[in-house]
Write a protein that binds this ligand. Structure first.
Ligand SMILES: Cc1cc2nc3c(=O)[nH]c(=O)nc-3n(C[C@H](O)[C@H](O)[C@H](O)COP(=O)(O)OP(=O)(O)OC[C@H]3O[C@@H](n4cnc5c(N)ncnc54)[C@H](O)[C@@H]3O)c2cc1C
Length: 254
């Protein structure tokens, strides 16, 4: 599964009171260390999203294999890997979301995850800004701290302003979710904005720090890789656009 979440290829067949899962899921966060997997699989391809069901599968279940973790540019601690399911038998009580409900449950989970990713990017950007401001306040050129040059200050002011805007979008989405409202569009807007603000803002912070920002020890490269990763997680920025466009246009273009 990638951007087209309904097109899940992993199959679940009902056998007696059990289910048998077959398929493959690439890109599973925490797969390297997880003891338990939430797996969404298609029970009836003709039913589309209504055929999708959710299962809990133990790591030790026969037929489940975790691949080696991917070698990534960042996010190493996430232990992201793939899982293979070959005639993996799941008992009836492993069904956590029956067909007809599974897809909706998955989408609710993804809305919460998008808010979390937006918040993560605000935190990353805060760390980048603090580091850059500390550095430019100490580093001197032309007889004064480089942070005293207005051109450089304004670059960092723009980053700080984008970060505040991202935080407010994230808070708005989180507040809607907390109140039990649908936060689908708010979460998409928050994630789209916060991830882009983090990627571009961290590049600005690196530039403000001169070559020093390019050192591994400056940590900005690691933050930048994580922010870039966030532009894929839980739906790419383009897919957030699809979600927002749907709410803007409604059925007007059908
Ligand atoms: C570190 C990491 C951890 C991850 N963990 C998980 C996880 O735990 N669970 C999980 O399910 N996934 C996970 N993912 C996968 C992530 O959700 C996918 O990468 C993402 O949904 C995009 O799918 P894809 O990479 O297959 O890109 P594709 O779907 O192949 O898309 C390729 C490009 O086409 C664009 N595109 C696709 N459709 C449209 C459209 N309609 N309009 C405009 N552009 C479009 C995309 O935005 C993208 O730029 C993880 C990814 C990473 C990097």
């Amino acid at each position: 599964m990638g951007s087209d979440a309904v097109a899940i290829q992993c199959k679940a067949d009902s056998v007696g009171s059990d289910w048998v899962l077959n398929g493959e899921k690439a890109w599973v966060t925490n797969a390297a260390g997880a003891d338990l997997f939430a797996v969404w699989a298609q029970t009836d391809a003709a039913a589309g999203s209504r055929g999708i069901a959710g299962f809990l599968v133990e790591r030790e279940a026969e037929g489940l294999t975790v691949t080696d973790p991917y070698k990534l540019m960042g996010g190493h601690a996430m232990g992201t890997a793939g899982i293979l399911l070959r005639d993996c038998r799941v008992p009836a009580d492993g069904l956590i979301s029956p067909p007809g409900e599974g897809f909706q449950v998955a989408m609710q989970g993804i809305t919460a995850a998008r808010i979390f990713v937006g918040a993560q990017c605000c935190g990353i950007l805060k760390a980048g800004l603090e580091r850059a401001i500390g550095y430019v306040s100490r580093r001197k050129a032309f007889g004064r701290p480089v942070g005293s040059f207005q051109g450089l200050q304004w670059e960092l002011v723009n980053v700080a302003t984008e970060r505040e805007a991202a935080r407010l979008l994230v808070y708005r989405a989180a507040a809607a979710a907390d109140r039990g409202l649908s936060a689908t569009v708010e979460a998409a807007q928050a994630k789209k904005f916060a991830t882009a603000a983090a990627v571009s803002g961290l590049v600005t912070c690196m530039q403000a720090m001169g070559a020093h920002g390019f050192l591994i020890d400056s940590t900005l490269g690691r933050h930048l890789a994580t922010a870039k990763m966030a532009e894929y997680l839980d739906g790419t920025s383009e897919i957030q656009n699809v979600v927002v466009a749907r709410s803007l246009f409604g059925g007007a273009l059908d």
